[in-house]
Design a protein around this ligand. Structure first.
Ligand code: NAI
Length: 328
């Protein structure tokens, strides 16, 4: 049998953790023939809740689950880890300024980045889910100089999936018939879901929609504000769909994108499309052989340019703020 892959999940006792761990253990993260060893990292007061989740994982008798370790030590949690899912973060509470939020998260993601640097496996891949995800990923990456920078990514796949679903509903096709959609920029309200290169049942999406005002007035704000709409309706933030997107992100990264399609991942910029090098920003990417490549040479129209630039500007400000705080 294959050696198990070690998957570390931080914030394991939280609501995304609860939706995520069972899917990892069932083989949906890496594939139906890959055994996994889970490492759950939590803060000390939440260790008992993590134990409870681990009991339920045991009770699910997953054939691929090779073991579960629970710890409040990042050094232990990331020891030999191959896939690190950084979900636990400090949420913005009432009256909290952006600087306070970034600083509080720096206190989480800087030591976790260092622990990954010092203890993770050579092939470690990191996905940051905890918000502000792009900038938290930047902080972790800066603390891990021995790990190739491109292994640090942040999640915009939920935004990508939300955009697929909205576009499918508008055009009356199945999501399976939509390809080449892109989320650009930050996982925040400034993100830009771009349909200008997308195809709906083989036709150009912008033409299939035929209504630029729908794009600007309905589609973009609906996708960008979907998280708030879920909170309003459910009384709690997106958890199962966020966990699903994390599964999709890693599965695609490891197993590849289908021919003729691409996905969206926030990754360190190589300077493509005018995004300053090093910023962790969402791009259209293809994945093959366990690595990703930014889709080159797309034509960016004026409508898209303005919106990409606005989101990238926000990322630049976040980077400058964490730099001023000495976090990177
Ligand atoms: P939650 O509050 O239910 O769970 C977070 C867990 O993280 C808690 O159990 C907490 O004890 C733990 N935690 C806090 N600090 C930690 C640390 N230093 N080490 C390990 N664990 C720690 O939150 P939920 O709903 O699970 O969301 C988690 C994060 O994911 C939030 O930051 C949320 O904003 C973000 N999110 C990101 C999305 C994206 O698309 N990128 C989508 C949805 C949520």
């Amino acid at each position: 049998p294959r050696t198990p892959v070690t998957v570390t999940v931080t914030g394991a006792a939280g609501q995304i953790g609860y939706a995520l761990l069972f899917r990892i253990a069932s083989g949906q993260l890496l594939g139906p023939d890959v055994p996994v060893r889970l490492r759950l990292l939590e803060i000390t007061p939440a260790l008992s809740a993590a134990e409870g989740t681990a009991m339920e994982l045991d009770d699910s008798a997953f054939p691929l689950l090779a073991g579960i370790d629970i710890t409040d030590s990042a050094d232990v949690a990331f020891d030999g880890t191959n896939v690190a899912l950084l979900v636990g973060a400090r949420p913005r509470t009432k009256g909290m300024e952006r600087g306070d939020l970034l600083e509080a998260n720096g206190g989480i993601f800087k030591p976790q980045g260092k622990a990954i640097n010092d203890h993770a496996a050579d092939d470690v891949r990191v996905l940051v889910v905890g918000n502000p995800a792009n900038t938290n990923a930047l902080i972790a990456q800066a603390a891990a100089p021995d790990v190739p920078a491109e292994r640090f990514t942040a999640m915009t796949r939920l935004d990508h999936n939300r955009a697929l679903s909205q576009l499918a509903a508008k055009t009356g096709v199945s999501v399976a018939e939509i390809r080449r959609l892109t989320i650009w920029g930050n996982h925040s309200a400034t993100q830009y879901p771009d349909v200008f290169h997308a195809e709906v049942a083989g036709k150009n999406a912008a033409e299939a929609i035929g209504d630029e005002s729908w794009l600007a007035d309905e589609f973009i704000p609906t996708v960008a504000k979907r998280g708030a709409a879920i909170i309003e309706a459910r009384g709690a933030s997106s958890a199962a769909s966020a966990a699903n997107a994390a599964i999709d992100h890693v599965h695609t990264w490891v197993n590849g994108t289908p021919a003729g399609d691409w996905t969206s991942m926030a990754i360190p910029s190589d300077g493509s499309y005018g995004v300053p090098e090093g910023l962790i920003s969402s791009f259209p990417v293809t994945c093959a052989d366990g690595s990703y490549t930014i889709v080159p040479d797309l034509e960016i129209n004026e409508f898209s340019r303005t919106r990409i630039d606005a989101s990238v500007r926000e990322l630049t400000e976040e980077r400058d703020a964490v730099r001023a705080l000495g976090l990177i």
